[in-house]
Design a protein around this ligand. Structure first.
Ligand code: GNR
Ligand code: NI
Length: 172
């Protein structure tokens, strides 16, 4: 298993529309294992493959307290189940240290293939609903800052660039 570098804005790869996967095989499971390890190393609750530069429709997530319940979503499809929206202060590993309230549908249906390639369907609410919609957006090349005003978005990108540069200097 391997921890990968997480892309940050304004990396153009984060704007790509990810491609559906043919099916779940051992190569894809290796990618999913690496994504979980990368997500844990970065203290995230979710990760889309494009965040490590792979344009496949694959998401991993772990919403458990003990970080011992990784979940895998291949070729996910989301259907909103209500017009009711909920605000949540979102962050993103590709936009480090920026948090903004984003409104999303409160309940969605999620259809996907799991780690073993089995078709599954479930209802997402609360943080699960927030996170799966945030990750689905990554598969479409959309980031939560795209819902903000241009001024706020541009400021966020500049802050991230500054942060990433200062982290680079610290690492040298
Ligand atoms: O770790 C993450 N936390 C988070 C908090 C609120 C709403 C969404 C998220 S997802 C994020 C990890 C990430 O960037 N996934 O794409
Ligand atoms: Ni994100």
């Amino acid at each position: 298993m391997a921890v990968h570098t997480i892309l940050t804005v304004p990396d153009p790869r984060l704007k790509l529309v990810s491609r559906p996967v043919d099916g779940v095989d051992d190569d894809l499971r290796t990618l999913m294992d690496d994504m979980v390890e990368t997500m844990y190393a970065a203290d995230g609750i979710g990760l889309a493959a494009i965040q490590i530069g792979v344009d496949k429709r694959v998401i991993v997530m772990d919403l458990s307290e003990k970080r011992d319940n990784p979940r895998y979503f291949v070729n996910p499809v989301i259907t909103p189940l209500t017009e009711e929206t909920r605000p949540y202060s979102e962050g993103c590993l590709s936009i480090p240290e920026i948090y903004e309230e984003i409104e999303r549908p409160a309940r969605v249906k999620v259809e996907y293939l799991d780690y073993d390639g089995n078709q599954r369907e479930e209802i997402a609410e609360d943080l699960f609903a927030v996170c799966i919609q945030h990750e689905m957006d990554h598969l479409e090349g959309v980031l939560f800052i795209d819902y903000l005003s241009r001024l706020k978005r541009d400021r966020a990108v500049k802050r991230v660039q500054k942060l990433v540069r200062s982290r680079m200097e610290t690492a040298q």
